[in-house]
Design a protein around this ligand. Structure first.
Ligand code: ZN
Length: 241
């Protein structure tokens, strides 16, 4: 059986009951992701890889109470996009949640946004896609175009539903913390395509915005956000039963 037929069989077998969730803290090790600073003198740096691990760990704790949840990394180490996706097969994940934080050259950019895999993505998503697709090489991207199309066709309906459920759940929480809502968007994220699962890539706020970074660096905010994300995933799982 070739890899594509294996993929098709897997995708068609995506059952009505999703139980295993693989949570993917973005970046790690020497790949720190976006870098923000808590102080105007830029001495107190905060790395996206650390914030994403903190939030992902909390999401795992919440989700783990009612479903099976794993992390693609539980330490500060480098994991390639392919390795993250391979883990989805190893743990037989039904859903894939990639956790990231955003960055912009405009220090006033702010807010929380959710992406699902769709190759009809708009120009606005391109900057975020570039930042999160970094560690895949050119040839791989071309080969994977076929896989992307197949995976999009088979997962987009579930991914959209999942995105809506998480968005609904997160909205009151971010509003309570005065973090703005940038909504749900399509995006071409290779980690989502390679995982071959319905899934999301969450950009939980801008590390380049100091006010927002100060909020995101607080345990209470990360706890509330993790709780809301998990509740949304749970709701999606319930609707699939
Ligand atoms: Zn990232």
């Amino acid at each position: 059986m070739g890899p594509l037929s294996a993929l098709l069989i897997f995708l068609l077998s995506f059952s009505a009951t999703a139980k295993v969730v693989l949570i993917d803290p973005g970046h790690g090790g020497e790949e720190s992701g976006a870098v923000g600073h808590l102080d105007p003198k830029r001495k107190r740096a905060i790395f996206e890889k650390d914030l994403s691990l903190r939030l992902a760990t909390k999401v795992k704790e919440h989700l783990g109470k009612t479903t099976t949840a794993y992390l693609t990394r539980s330490l500060d180490r480098a994991v390639s996009l392919q390795e993250r996706a391979d883990l989805a097969d190893i743990v037989k994940a039904d859903l894939f949640l990639s956790i990231h934080f955003n960055s912009s050259t405009n220090p006033t950019s702010h807010g929380f946004e959710i992406y699902y895999l769709d190759n009809s993505s708009n120009v606005a998503a391109n900057k975020v896609e570039r930042a999160e697709n970094l560690n895949l090489k050119g040839e791989e991207l071309i080969v994977n175009q076929i896989l992307v199309d197949l995976v999009v066709q088979q997962t987009v309906a579930h991914s959209k539903q999942l995105a809506r459920a998480v968005h609904e759940s997160v909205r009151p929480t971010i509003a309570a913390h005065k973090v703005s809502d940038r909504g749900v968007k399509p995006g071409l994220f290779y980690v989502l395509a390679l995982s071959k699962r319905p899934g999301l890539l969450i950009e939980a706020g801008f590390v380049s915005n100091r006010t927002e970074l100060q909020k995101m660096n607080q345990e209470r905010y990360l706890d509330d956000l993790a709780q809301a994300i998990s509740a949304g995933v749970q709701k999606f799982i319930q609707t699939q039963k």
